[in-house]
Design a protein around this ligand. Sequence first.
Ligand code: CA
Length: 239
Amino acid sequence: MPLLVVEDNAVLAGSLTKGLREDGFEVDAVGSGVEALARLARRDVDGVVLDLGLPDMDGLEVLTTARGRGVHVPVLVLTARDAVRSRVMALDQGADDYLVKPFQYEELLARVRALLRRAAAPRWAPLTCNGLVFREDDLSVEIHDARVGLSPREHALLGFFLRRKGEALGRAEILLQVFGYQFEPGTNLVNVHIANLRRKIGLTAVCIETVRGVGYRLRAAEPGDLRAEVEPDPPVGDA
Ligand code: CA
C-alpha cells in the first residue's frame, strides 16, 4: 500500500514523491487537508507524511480528525522551525514523529523507514499489571476498568515497558525497540512521549519511574507513588 504525502508546496511534494519512489515506495500525494482526509477514509495507505501548514485547514486538525476516525497508520509530521508548540501538540494528537523544515531527504527517508518497520512488527498477547489491562487491538488501556485512549506511539511504548516489566530500560534501547531508530535523532522524543504517557495512565496501577543515569522502569504502583507526586523528595541524608 502507498505512502500518502500531504504537502501543499508543489516543489517539495514533487521532490519527496520522486525520491521516495526511487527508493522503492509507492507514493500518493495530495495538497490539502480535505483531500488528505478523503484519501485516508479509504484506509489503504501504509503511512503518512503530513505537513502542518496546509492551505485549507491546520495539519493538526487533519491529524486529530483522522485519529478520531480510527486511522492508526504511522504519521510523520513536517513542521516549521520555530513551531515548538505545534510539534508537542502533534505528538500529543497522535503523530509518531516529526521533522523540522528544512530537512535533508535522507533524514526523512530514515524516519519513514523507521516508522514503517515499527508498524509492521508482530503483535503480542494482551498484557496485564496490577489492575492495568493493555489492549493490543484498539490503542487503549484499561486501568481499574476505566478505558484510556493512547496515541499509537504511547501504546507501543507502554507495551514495550509491560513486556519488560521491572527492568531498567535505557533511552537508546527504547529508541531502537519502540521508535525504530538505530541512532539518537537529536530530539527529546522519548521524554516527551513518556511524559504524555505518565499523564494519561496516572499512578493507580503502574508507575514508570525514572532510573537516574539509566533510563526508565515500569513497575506496579505502590500507595507511596501518589504521595510522592505531591510531596517533594526529602533532601539527601535527611531521615
Ligand atoms: Ca505548507
